[in-house]
Design a protein around this ligand. Sequence first.
Ligand code: FAD
Length: 338
Amino acid sequence: MDKVIWVWIEDQAGQPSEASLELLGEARRLADKRGQTVYAVRLGAELPAGDLAPHGADVELIGLSDRLKAFTVETALAATTAWAADHPPDLVLVAATPQGASLAPRLAARLGFDYAPRTVIAEPTPDGGLSLRQSVLGGKANALSAFPAGSGVVLTMIPGALGLDPPDPKRTGQRRVVEFGPDQVPAPVTQVGKFIPANPATVGLEEADRIMAGGLGFARDGNWALLEETAALLGAAVGGSKPTLDRGWIPPARLIGQSSGRRLAPRVFVGVGVSGSPHFVEGMKEARQIVAVNQDKGAPLVGLADLTLVGDLYEILPAVARQLRDRPRGQDSEETDD
Ligand SMILES: Cc1cc2nc3c(=O)[nH]c(=O)nc-3n(C[C@H](O)[C@H](O)[C@H](O)COP(=O)(O)OP(=O)(O)OC[C@H]3O[C@@H](n4cnc5c(N)ncnc54)[C@H](O)[C@@H]3O)c2cc1C
């Protein structure tokens, strides 16, 4: 039986997460080069039909059980390994999210595979093996590793690092649904009470969907609270350039740039009064949409930005904050009461 590529699909509110869709695109690319089939592996109690074929899946393998209603590592592990005999993979792609990072090494151990965390680039080698570049030392360096043909690998990939491929509406695939019995999936040891959406003010920068970062443009009067208030209204996590760290306006965990070791890829990045030096840009250039607020049209970040508001941040931020405050409630679909 030919070995296949599995992609672990993580659901958010009943929909495949963007990180999972990114992985499907990557799996498709690898499968086309290696002549393999891509299985999207998805678990839940009941899952709405989500067509994953346009994103790269040949087969959507869906496991259903009341015990899979919420993610727990022990139930997910039991369900996925139950499939390994019938649909054996030699490569498993998992997003390096908290859930994925808890599942992936255990799955590797169960399958007897190698485990390659925080992979940035995966390429097939001419002899049928796999060559990987992994982010190590908190993102400060990359490690190269090679796996010979025939070895099984579970790898995690950093969400946002690959980018989302546009779906191909012409691609079609199969959908197979398996109802797991109680002998196949154990009762979860961990009981999930409820999900509490992350608070943008406290969520780590790597997990933030939106980031608003400030720089020395705030030096005129040091009114950093203006940035924090506007970021809160926008539902964005706060970050800053190195000089703002040196001034004590942000803690080290909020630093943007190469010295932080973090490569951030939020959906939206707003840089306010920050020039966009190469050291800074290294940490945020993968952001999907970049907005710059700067009085200098020639600032490097302006050259990188999709949208620029040219002017004095002390006039622009209060105006933006006013608009955000005045918008009708619920206009932002991601707004929560938390
Ligand atoms: C080895 C090394 C590592 C480094 N690592 C990092 C790093 O990880 N992260 C990092 O950030 N830096 C790092 N730096 C420093 C980096 O080179 C820059 O000096 C720094 O990023 C500049 O920060 P800034 O953009 O806040 O300040 P500036 O470069 O001074 O930019 C301020 C910007 O604000 C704008 N501005 C000013 N007033 C206003 C206003 N009222 N309204 C609107 N716009 C205004 C200006 O036009 C300007 O573009 C490193 C340097 C070295 C040597």
